[in-house]
Design a protein around this ligand. Sequence first.
Ligand code: NAP
Ligand code: HSE
Length: 590
Amino acid sequence: MRPTIVKDNHALPSNLTILKFGGSVLRDAQAVHSAAHEIYRYIRRGEKVIAVVSAISGETDALDAMARDIGGSQNAPGKASLLRLGEIRAAALLALALERVGVDARAVDPAEIDLRAEGRPDDAGLCGLDHGRLAELLEQHDVLIVPGFSGVLENGQPALLGRGGTDLSAVYLGVALKAKRVRLIKDVDGLYAGDPKSDANPRRFDQINWQDAREICGQSIQGHALEYAQKHNLCLEIAASARRFDTRIAPNASLSHARADTRKLKVALLGFGTVGEGVYAHLVRHSDLFEVSGILVRDAAKERDSAAPAHLISTDAGEVFATRPDIVVEMIGGVDAADAFIQNAFFGGADVVSANKAVMAANFDVLQAAAARAGRALRYSAAVGGGVPMLESLDLAREESGVVAVQGVINGTANFILDRLAENCPFDDAVREAQEKGFAEADPSADLDGDDAAAKLCLMARHGFDTPLRASQISMESLSDLSQDRIDAARDAGKVIRQISEIRRDEKGALSASVSLKTIAADHYLAGAKGEQNRLVIDGKNGQKLALRGKGAGRWPTAEAVMADLLDIHRLRGQFEETVSVRAAEPACA
Ligand code: NAP
Ligand code: HSE
């Protein structure tokens, strides 16, 4: 292979993770949702992600058979044009899955970034890339999805990269873009000496060098990809989706660990409404990691979107807690009952994930103390921003330089209603639509009057400013007081009304916070939040502004954040259960 052709020298992000999803993990179309969880894990750390995808399992073989059936030359560009379609389809499906949760993702055809191939159309290598175009796309989007396995020849025709060629696509991009991490997601959590599926006691490599990996892993990583990584001193991670363990392919020593089997965790769901049903669907797809032990509802006879086995559903909290869950997910809303259930969960030794900003804001210190006393985790990412990782971003900004102000649209229902009112929809109809779509709180006056946004600000104050803030300290303006004249005047002036929530720290260090209705220019960043979307601008002490956007309400964005907390807890528990703790010294990598 020739050295990389660099077409442009645009700035590339320093926090780029490349995740490669192979056919062994994209077992069917629904598996793209699991890939979305893995991507979301890095997005909420503030990283940019390029997801390089193989075709859904079996599709390349089916396309290959189709090509043979039709005839023609088997190493011609025509066959490459057909076989690359599997990866393109997988990329489009993953883009849809990310769109559902509100992650800003874009599928990119190899031709668009001039991912240049050289060699035979059925067995080519990669030799060039339009860095400028990629950098531009990475500036515009949080995630790019690149179909692996193919590139574009100098004459513009497609070429395939040989069996396992998606590994090469990921490694090539990792080298060319100086990615912080290149992680190849497989169906096993690393490289093993022996077959982890059949051996009783296989040994997983914690770290292994490229040469040994080539000898040991046989066909599970493409040889050309390993060669290219070694040549460019690129470290690789071999991992399974949602698992804690991995194997690092890097220079130096090769160490092996005994296999650390991670226990399946029992999860009790408190609440089976908009959010609860979404979380349940994800847990069912991850039955290798989680087992739903019970579901608490108010009305067991209620008709629901999804069917959960009747024996799991109960109106008796005692019965649900008696299943001795490892994790309790609280999604009932409100303060008093939720508080009692969360404390009970800690008392019983469970970790807690909550989507409930009302209880977290009202009883923050008490609940944190209860978690600390019990030595258990308390996570509540979904409570603020739906699928937009607002609390995580505030943590990062606080750690980096400190935060001086935040300003945003942080209530999806209010934003949705404001957009509908501007379209002349009657107020009551707009509220009903927001309820039907699952955006509104059980009592929508919390959305309309600003209480929901105020509770979120209280949590933001903890994460961004490390300072307690009570809802009673926040001034609020209600949507119910908004006059038709003001709506009409804004529209006539080409402006929009937004419910804007903000916190500022003054020179003396005191916080002031408000939830108010502001008429802003249509090209204002916050005006760009449409429907249930949320947007946030974080002003750092270092003068930098961090802008976030995505879906702030609804089943799938919220369930994604809950799932991210659940998977974090799963990995956290795996860490403590790891039987051997020897780790190789971190090697120097490219
Ligand atoms: P929801 O659709 O109204 O569902 C609430 C669920 O909790 C229902 O299944 C209900 O049972 C059950 N429930 C309520 N009170 C209960 C009690 N005292 N005992 C037992 N079960 C009880 O609400 P949701 O929209 O899923 O919201 C759940 C939580 O997530 C809230 O804290 C909300 O603020 C938060 N959240 C929601 C969103 C969103 O977009 N919806 C986004 C972020 C955060 P029945 O079904 O039998 O009535
Ligand atoms: N009711 C809330 C909203 C749900 O509309 O923003 C998300 O927290």
